[in-house]
Write a protein that binds this ligand. Sequence first.
Ligand code: BGC
Length: 541
Amino acid sequence: MSEWWRGSVTYQVYPRSFQDSDGDGIGDLPGITARLDHIAALGVDAVWLSPVFTSPQADMGYDVSEYTDIDPLFGTLADFDVMVARAHELGLKVIIDQVLSHSSAEHPFFRESRASQDNRRADWYVWADPNPDGTPPNNWVSVFGGSAWEWSSHRRQYYLHNFLASQPDFNFHCVAVQDWLLDTMRFWLDRGVDGFRLDTVNYYFHDKHLRSNPPEPRNDVQPAVNPYDMQDHLYSKTQPENIGFLVRMRLLLDEYDGRVMVGEVGEGRRAVQVMAEYTTGPDRLHMAYSFAMLGPQFTAAHFRKSIEGFFADAPDGWPCWAFSNHDVIRHASRWAEHGNPDDVARLAAALLLALEGSVCLYQGEEVGQLETAIEYHELTDPPGFKFWPDYKGRDGCRTPMIWDDSAEGGFTTGRPWLPVKAPQLARNVAGQAGVAGSVLETYRALLAFRRSTPVMQTGRTRFCDLPEPVLAFVRDAEGATLTCVFNLGAAPLVLAVEGVASLAGPSQAAVLTGDNLSLGANGWAYLAGAAGLLSVPTRHA
Ligand code: BGC
């Protein structure tokens, strides 16, 4: 029970876009409750809700102005309790998003902190004097573009914001801030949540001396759409003091039974090292959410490097892998050039659900949902406005969940806050349910297989040396083995299998005859018995 999270699968709900119950065009808690059956029927272990707390919604809820209440957009605390109770009845754990690194600028504590340099919350946020020439105290930049410092005319000082200027960073060097945030977490633990997704977990502390960051040493970082990546964020995040706060959070969770923390580790070159540091040992995070597979790379070498690299550097750490979330282009679109979108969606699901570690799915990927093409007049995401058209923001992956092919996809009876378009409507739950081989039924079958096959949850991974585009690895645990083989390309190929093997669980475009395994475009197979005895593929004549 207490380690249920090892090898678990979590389904991420983006509340604004899951199900609207009151016709205002924005999803809400009663809507989520009504749709929990869908999530439970998929066969996942847990549901993670992006923030539903009181917020001016400048960053769609990642700017909290009251940590222990629900935003009226989403409902009430009573609606929250009903949702948790229903999830638990269905056997689903509930993980909520905690945005601790920064608050909204409309949080009463920030207003208080901003009022003067000597009030009781004066040091609750990160304040600094200007340079003699009036410029910000150092070169730190914001993830959303521009300086990470914003001037306050009230206080005549700058304050730090790693994201929007309306998301001021808390000063974690102030112990009262830590104590207070831990109390807000206790509030939700007492309400029965099973854990937390910790937003930007490595951004909590900043360098006390406010030293400027050096340039990023990799020489391939040219001026880009957003110059954030040109800096090596040595001093503005991932400070050594962070570990102390992780330990404090873990002590809190350990007062309860079976609660879990998954931290979002946004790091560059040092990502694996930080994930290892944050999840090794019984006194830190349970899992670290990885960015490794959220990018354009869709090669066997990349997946192998990500998995092998993690377990080599963090043999006792625990990763959580995802291909999509509310911040990145949906993977069925991102990897579209590698085959037919539905084939790629099914192949990706088979791969993700075969990985060692835990897994996060993002709402809509179970129907192979594609990124929505967003026009300028439809934009809501601040970085989209800032960098348009070179970067179009994150609205395209946040459009409503499509339940059926009715006008707004069954999401709302009103006007949805982001548009519902034809390519998205074509991929809907009702249209795929019960249809053999649909993306949805494939997810269900894969999840059932992962659940009933312990080696897929906790087996170790050994990679086979095969040329691109074949990715193959063996999962094994206590004598049980499963060989997982994927054709990441659209051209069919044949592999020679040595030893006795049989297909196990779902497969796609895979035929095993005698010693040959044929994989068609984006084909995959799980093989029982063939423990890695695959040889170099020869292409079909
Ligand atoms: C969340 C984003 C959010 C940012 C700032 C992230 O990593 O996933 O959606 O904009 O943190 O809170």
